[in-house]
Design a protein around this ligand. Structure first.
Ligand SMILES: Nc1nc2c(ncn2[C@@H]2O[C@H](COP(=O)(O)OP(=O)(O)O)[C@@H](O)[C@H]2O)c(=O)[nH]1
Ligand SMILES: [Mg+2]
Length: 386
């Protein structure tokens, strides 16, 4: 009996060894199969793909609305804000390289950086007062502390105007879902991006199955109607629920808006978007015309317009603040679309806008294509710029 024990021990060792070898082979085979399965590993994405392919797919996915995933949205936002980031994060960081103090001289440097990034003088002072008071109390110095407190303070500014943007297509931030037809008036100076934004919005509305009528209310600019037509055709895509209302011979913008709403009512449209002029003979004339437009819409529907969006070009910096003040005083705008954030170093203007004009930024434009419109996520925005 005792003599058999060594053989038994040897048997156990051999069996154990074979089991281990089998296990290693099984794991190896399993891994190879898993690796070949399409989509099993994200590494296959992008690398050798032609850039236009991914771009094309992205645009289509985004135009289709809610199905577009949040990852694309985040990636594109931080890409778009790259210049603003280097004019804020980059320059603020360089103030603190090689020193870890927080004196008057750093305050002056920060002040200049925030001014030139277009946050607005009043907002800059308010931010720095708070941040410096906090850091003095805690005794902290250095870049990370300044960055943390700046981010917190800017987020605090955005907080009262934070909008639950719902689905990734950004449309839920607009008050257009409790009326039929709902009226969206789009205002702003020439070249701000009104017509482009209308195209982007109409595409998303069509993707939600809505019937959209776009009123060509910019009767002042020659070819404005044709440009709008190109956008509405693009927006309609294959689903085709976007029409343009551009009556020949009607030169008064309010008349166009009025007739469009009448038509939308009789033909069962869900949403009327009114494009408007950005320039008339004088700025005063423009404001009067826009106010009149609002009044005539109100005559047909006491709750119209349900949204008045002001389109502002981020590149216009402090001028955007001046425009916002004027348009808001005349029309009580319900939200801002901040366009051309892509490639602009002046994205910081968003902070001054909300702080000084007290209107929410509902959407942002990050490019010229139909998919390049985003809901405004203030937290992601702040983290992308500082
Ligand atoms: N890069 C970029 N260009 C934009 C954006 N929105 C509009 N544009 C461009 O700005 C220019 C003026 O736009 P348009 O819609 O005609 O402005 P409108 O006069 O306010 O109607 C056009 O060349 C658009 O392609 C944006 O978010 N990013
Ligand atoms: Mg236009």
């Amino acid at each position: 009996m005792y003599a058999e024990e060594p053989f038994l021990g040897l048997g156990v060792v051999v069996a154990g060894g074979m089991f281990l070898i089998t296990l290693v082979i099984a794991v190896f085979i399993g891994y190879s199969i898993f690796k070949k399965k399409p989509g099993a590993l994200p590494a296959s994405e992008g690398a050798e793909e032609a850039p236009w392919t991914s771009r094309k797919h992205r645009v289509i996915a985004e135009a289709a609305g809610p199905d577009a995933g949040p990852s694309t949205e985040e990636r594109k936002l931080s890409d778009a804000l790259e210049k603003t980031r280097s004019s804020l994060f980059g320059r603020i960081k360089s103030v603190f390289t090689g020193k870890n103090t927080l004196s008057e001289s750093e305050r002056e440097e920060l002040e200049e950086i925030l001014y030139t990034a277009d946050l607005g003088p009043k907002t800059v002072q308010q931010l720095l007062d708070t941040v410096f008071a906090k850091l003095k109390a805690s005794g902290e110095t250095g870049f990370e502390a300044v960055r943390r407190e700046l981010q917190a303070e800017i987020e605090r500014i955005f907080l009262p105007f934070k909008i639950d943007s719902g689905a990734p297509d950004g449309l839920d931030s607009l008050n257009l879902w409790n009326a039929k037809p709902a009226v969206l008036m789009v205002v702003g100076v020439n070249g701000a991006g009104k017509t482009t934004t209308i195209g982007k919005l109409a595409a998303r509305m069509a993707a939600r199955g809505k019937r959209v009528l776009v009123a060509a209310g910019d009767t002042f600019r020659a070819a404005a109607g044709e440009q709008l037509k190109v956008w509405t055709d693009r927006a309609a895509g294959d689903a085709g629920h976007v029409e343009i209302f551009d009556p020949t011979g009607v030169t008064e913008p309010s008349a166009v808006a009025y007739q469009a709403l009448e038509m939308a009512r009789s033909q069962n449209y869900d949403i009327v978007i009114v494009d408007t002029a950005g320039r008339l003979h004088t700025q005063k004339n423009l404001m009067e015309e826009l106010k009149k437009m609002k009044r005539v819409l109100l005559k047909l529907d006491p709750s119209a317009p349900h949204e008045t969006l002001l389109v502002l070009d981020a590149n216009s910096g402090q001028n955007a603040l001046i425009q916002a003040r004027e348009f808001h005083a005349a029309l009580s705008v319900t939200g801002v679309v901040l366009t051309k954030l892509d490639g602009s170093a002046k994205g910081g203007v968003a902070v001054g806008l909300v702080n000084e004009i007290a209107v929410p930024i509902k959407l942002i434009g990050v490019g010229e294509k139909i998919g390049d419109l985003r809901s405004f996520d203030s937290k992601a925005f702040v983290e992308s710029i500082i």
